[in-house]
Design a protein around this ligand. Structure first.
Ligand SMILES: NC(=O)c1ccc[n+]([C@@H]2O[C@H](COP(=O)([O-])OP(=O)(O)OC[C@H]3O[C@@H](n4cnc5c(N)ncnc54)[C@H](O)[C@@H]3O)[C@@H](O)[C@H]2O)c1
Ligand SMILES: [Zn+2]
Ligand SMILES: [Zn+2]
Length: 362
């Protein structure tokens, strides 16, 4: 099968023919239908999130089940599914405590010493990113990385729910609980930020302020629910938000992953408010924050991982939201591309010139 392989960091992906194993116990083989492109893939390509090459990225997929391995009971050939990186073991304290997205087993892959799920044309193993690797025509996944979805859900739009939408909606619906009428700021209007923004709209937030450096994103943000927009390239975005909110917002979501924008998020948070960190800051970087500001104004600073999801519960609900018109996904897709255009897509993402780009497989 054809796949886009990361052979080195800071280099374009290479389109190669690779082999994929048959499904083992508990595994499901999928024909990939679509894969959204998330900034976390770019973080890995840049070395900001270390992952040893050779590796196949892509973690926002939809697909159709082709074959199931021994003991698989939740899926059958022909099922439409979404894949998610937060597969769960079901027995650890996080899984049994109701927070399966924190399960430490989620990047484990097959047991040590097993045959690799994916190999290059030379027969050498290729690392599977987060048990998914959706920049490939087929995927071999543990069944606990997958959720079955309604057949009437278009698979291109379903793929977005695999990461960006679940991360953004879940940050607003699960990680924190936004009361109706609250003021919300979203810094960064990519696939993740636009999903936070929609989550805020769905729960009935009052003011929803979108912050970005790309003016063209503001029409889209307004269409999806923003009440105000702040161009961070024109003046101080913190001062602009302070003025719009009369002293700071109830909730501020950082959806980029830069040191200055994390600092801005905390500064934009009003007294007693909550800054939610969603963007992934490169792991080598630290963010200096004023502890006095956090203590004296009783601000909360919380991390949000994969929308604090229980994805077999959340994703079918998000699909119902789409099909009943509450969640808008059509507008979030800025282009549909072929697998061999993936490097161009990352160029556009680097320049901030895309909303969500989706690879469509035949
Ligand atoms: N917490 C999680 O579980 C999780 C899950 C998925 C993605 N992420 C992270 O979320 C972040 C966003 O992902 P994405 O796919 O939406 O990215 P994206 O590249 O599509 O969007 C980023 C947006 O930020 C804007 N931007 C860049 N610099 C800015 C600045 N200084 N001020 C204001 N806006 C600015 C860009 O114009 C763009 O609209 C990434 O760091 C990604 O790794 C986190
Ligand atoms: Zn992602
Ligand atoms: Zn677990």
């Amino acid at each position: 099968m054809k796949a886009a392989v990361m052979r080195a960091t800071n280099a374009p992906l290479e389109i190669e023919d690779v082999t994929i194993d048959d499904p083992g116990p508990g595994e499901v083989l999928l024909a990939t239908a679509a894969s959204g492109i998330c900034h976390s893939d770019l973080h890995v390509m840049n070395g900001d999130l270390p992952m040893p090459p050779p590796c196949i990225l892509g973690h926002e997929p939809s697909g159709i089940v082709e074959e199931i391995g021994e003991g698989v009971t939740d899926f059958k050939p022909g099922d439409h599914v979404i894949g998610c990186i937060t597969n769960w073991c079901g027995v650890c304290k996080f899984c049994t405590g109701g927070r399966p997205y924190l399960c430490p087993s989620q990047f484990d892959g097959r047991p040590d010493g097993s045959k690799s799920r994916i190999c290059g044309a030379d027969g050498n193993p290729i690392l599977q990113f987060a048990n998914l690797s959706s920049f490939a025509e087929k995927m071999l996944c543990p069944e606990r990385s997958l959720v079955k979805i309604r057949d009437d859900m278009p698979l291109d739009r379903a793929s977005l729910i695999g990461c960006g939408v679940t991360t953004g909606l879940g940050a607003a619906l699960n990680t924190v609980h936004i009361p109706a009428g609250a003021s919300v700021v979203v810094i960064g209007c990519g696939g993740v930020g636009l999903s936070v923004l929609q989550g805020a709209r769905i729960v009935g937030a009052g003011q929803i302020i979108a912050v970005d450096t790309q003016a063209w994103k503001f029409d889209l943000a307004k269409d999806l629910g923003a009440t105000d927009c702040v161009n961070a390239k024109e003046g101080d975005p913190v001062a602009a938000v302070q003025e719009l909110t009369g002293g700071g917002a109830d909730f501020v979501f950082e959806c980029i992953g830069l040191v200055p924008t994390v600092q801005q998020a905390v500064a934009m948070t009003g007294r007693g408010g909550t800054a939610v960190l969603v963007g992934v800051v490169p792991i080598t970087e630290m963010v200096p924050l004023s502890a006095a500001d956090i203590v004296l104004q009783e601000k909360k600073v919380v991390g949000s991982y994969m929308g604090s999801n229980r994805f077999r519960f959340d994703m079918p609900k998000y699909i119902d939201f789409y099909l009943d018109g509450r969640l808008r996904l059509d507008e979030m897709i800025s282009s549909r591309i072929k697998l061999d255009e993936v490097n161009d897509a990352f160029d556009l993402m680097r320049k901030g010139e895309a909303a969500r780009q989706v690879i469509i497989f035949d």
